[in-house]
Design a protein around this ligand. Structure first.
Ligand code: 3H9
Length: 686
């Protein structure tokens, strides 16, 4: 039974009991329906107290049901029955009341929250809108301006804000006790939203919400539809608004964007240590970080934020000073954004030790090396770490490209070595690639997952290869872009095509941000092993020779006069024309659709190879990497989800067509071919 109900004296108690999050699925709706039937038969009740068993009130509708047809009893009907019930309902909100959970509470006459509870309507983050009255009742209860902000952003609010907004009637350490003793007068005087007048139209708040949604959730339908419905709440009686909302919800729910966003939501929940990884992780209370550059200091800050003690090791006094100032800068930025208080900063600084002595890492359970990307440097760091750290401590490298197995070979026990590939800025980016080397132990893997959990990152396991999952796909993406650039397009045409697809920025603007020298160094490392028969596009090398390294030098693929916004650079366009001329290429125009197709097909093919080679464990892992590390639009569901929706057969056809120009770069992945034939990739883990 996922809903229980009983009476004690003149109060009825209805409890949602559907672990782990009291998602409101069919059985919960049936249970609530039965509870309503039962209440209708009971005499002398004065109140019905609705609460959630376990950690929370309710996480909302069960999104797993959204792929199939809506089945009665429907949540909007249940909420209308609660709202018009002769006996007043009181919602006791602990943990969270989200989505349908919040809407259930809005149907109640009174809402009481525990101090740490949160309430909100996050539906737009799943590509839908509140579909059980949220867009109509919330504006009636708290006014249009606040309601439209909550609904269009999807961000939940605290109990204190909820009380301030007039969304709840009280906050109590023991909200159940509070609800039981709430005086009858308060209950009887409280007006249900269905008896409230429509809210006053607030044009400015609507316009602001539309602008914000267009900026922060570009291309996404749900936020704009939700805002329209909030606007409509001022113009129609409740029943008309509810009918409009329901139709819009059902329409969005089965659309591509909602399916894609659901896919990413559940992929994120599935990203955790596999059940058969039973080894105990290393103690993470104290972690050493080697290297205090931008990456190392970001990692150190992330560790401090998770409550761990950190020893940051630098090679010399200058390095130590630089590391301290890097950490200070991150701390100041987070304080300026209101994310931490001066007390938090002081407390974090107190847990940070910056040192040049490896012996200070002697009691750490894990070390993360984030030193210069050179095999010699890493070899010496790992040799030093393995000398001072306990035998059961785990040694991790944050290398992006170097061979993990070669690094592991530098220590007597290579099973202790693992790759923990963070993404810059490490304290913000959610992705953590956990790289398993040939000898990496289960304990090291368990430590990687445990760390991801502590840092609230999305862990994705990867095998050893050049670039692991993300950077290997990125390299192919850039190669495909450079080929289009050489053959006729400009960097800005390519960037615009990818932005229109949904990226926040295209490959060239992104490279300007990270610096062209990084990829240049990587290409030099690959010189020895690159197939000489493979087409090589030298334009990026020419850029580096010209000192155009990106934003940091004021010019890269674009110019940044005065450090401000980007400006197209005709010199770069000329460079491409010149190189094409040297190579005897007749350049031609590229339509944006072809640019996108080439870049995306190149990535999908590479990703399929990663599955084939066991570097990536599942297509959904690749989606997580692309969404959380490389700016692939979340609302497209990640690379592989997009590929399925677009049609694998179309992708295979494109690749076969491009292979006629360049058979080496466009070798069709057998895994992609199989997937196209057999109806798709297995998006989720087996
Ligand atoms: C909605 O309500 C529409 C209505 O307006 C209209 C209706 C007509 N459905 O995140 P966790 C699972 S749309 C199904 O690790 P936490 C999750 O997959 C909904 N399952 O826990 C995982 O399962 P598993 C609007 C759900 O404590 C398990 O619960 N609501 C749902 O870190 C634990 O999840 C939202 O968008 C769901 N709605 O965080 C809220 N939610 O163990 C979405 C969770 O098998 N949920 N699961 O992998 C959340 O934000 C977080 O889960 C929450 C708990 C904060 C609640």
């Amino acid at each position: 039974m996922t809903v229980t109900f009983y009476r004690k004296g003149s109060a009825a108690f209805v409890t949602l009991d559907n672990p782990p999050v009291n998602a409101i699925g069919l059985s919960v709706r049936q249970g609530l329906s039965k509870a309503l039937d039962w209440i209708a038969e009971e005499d002398d009740l004065t109140r019905v107290i609705l609460s959630g068993a376990g950690r929370m009130f309710a996480a909302g509708a069960d999104a797993r049901e959204f792929d199939g047809p809506a089945q009665p009893p429907h949540l909007p009907d249940i909420i209308s029955r609660i709202e018009t019930c002769a006996i007043p309902w009181v919602a006791v909100i602990t943990g969270v009341a989200l989505g349908g959970g919040c809407e259930l509470a809005l149907g109640c006459r009174v809402r009481i929250m525990s101090p740490k509870a949160q309430i909100g309507l996050p539906e737009v983050t799943l590509g839908v809108i509140p579909g059980a009255g949220g867009t109509q009742r919330l504006p009636r209860v708290i006014g249009m301006a606040k309601a439209v902000r909550m609904i269009s952003s999807g961000r939940p609010i605290s109990a204190v804000d909820a009380e301030r907004f007039g969304l709840i009637e009280g906050i109590a350490d023991d909200p159940m006790e509070y609800a039981r003793h709430l005086d009858l007068g308060t209950l009887e005087l409280s007006i249900p939203p269905c008896d409230m007048p429509p809210p006053t139209l607030h044009q400015q708040a609507l316009a602001d919400a539309r602008t914000m949604a267009a900026r922060k959730m570009a291309h996404q339908r749900a936020p704009q539809v939700a805002i329209d419905l909030v606007e409509a709440s001022a113009m129609h009686p409740l029943d008309v608004g509810l009918a409009q909302e329901r139709a819009a919800f059902l329409d969005l729910r089965q659309g591509d964007q909602a399916r894609a966003l659901r896919h990413v939501f559940f992929a994120e929940r599935g990203a955790r240590a596999p059940a058969d990884l039973v080894a105990a992780p290393a103690d993470l209370s104290h972690v050493a970080v080697v290297g205090g550059g931008m990456m190392g200091s970001g990692i150190a800050y992330a560790l401090l934020g998770a409550g761990l003690d950190v020893t940051l090791i630098e090679a010399d006094a200058d390095g130590a000073a630089r590391a301290q100032s890097n950490v200070d800068r991150i701390m100041a930025a987070s304080e300026a954004r209101g994310l931490t208080t001066p007390d938090d900063v002081a407390e974090r600084q107190a847990r940070l030790q910056i040192t040049q002595d490896y012996a200070d890492a002697a009691h750490a359970g894990l070390a993360i090396e984030a030193a210069f990307e050179s095999m010699d440097v890493k070899a010496s760091v790992f040799a030093d770490l393995s000398k001072v750290m306990p035998e059961n401590a785990i040694l991790a490298t944050n290398t992006s490209y170097l061979d993990l197995d070669a690094i592991a070979a530098c220590v007597p026990d290579p099973s202790r070595v693992i790759g923990l590939h963070f993404f810059a800025p490490a304290h913000i980016m959610k992705l953590l690639e956990i790289v398993r080397g040939a000898q990496t132990s289960d304990r090291a893997m368990a430590t990687g997952y445990a760390l991801a959990k502590r840092l609230r990152k999305v862990p994705v396991p990867a095998g050893v290869c050049d670039g692991f999952i993300g950077n290997r796909i990125l390299a192919r993406y850039r190669e495909a872009a450079d080929t289009v650039l050489m053959d006729g397009a400009t960097p800005w045409e390519i960037d615009e095509a990818m932005v229109a697809f949904g990226y926040a920025m295209g490959p060239y603007e992104a490279q300007d941000l990270s610096g062209l020298d990084i990829a240049f160094a990587q290409r030099r490392r690959q010189d020895a092993t690159r197939d000489p028969a493979r087409r090589y596009i030298p334009i990026a090398d020419r850029m580096v020779e010209l000192g155009k390294l990106g934003r940091k030098t004021g010019a890269g693929w674009y110019r940044y006069p005065g450090g401000a916004g980007k400006v197209d650079d005709p010199i770069v366009a000329d460079l491409a024309i010149e190189e094409a001329h040297f190579a005897g290429i007749t350049r031609r125009d590229f339509e944006p659709s072809e640019i996108c197709d080439r870049l995306l097909c190149a990535m999908v093919n590479e990703a399929a190879d990663l599955l084939d080679q066991g570097i990536a464990a599942s297509a959904s892992d690749i989606d997580l990497v692309m969404v959380h590390g490389y700016g692939f639009p979340r609302w497209r569901g990640g690379l592989m989800h997009w590929a399925q929706v677009h049609g694998l057969d179309r992708i295979v056809a494109s690749i076969n067509r491009y292979a006629k120009e360049d058979a080496l770069a466009w070798q069709l992945s057998p895994t992609l071919e199989d997937a196209a034939r057999s109806g798709g990739f297995h998006l989720t883990k087996a």
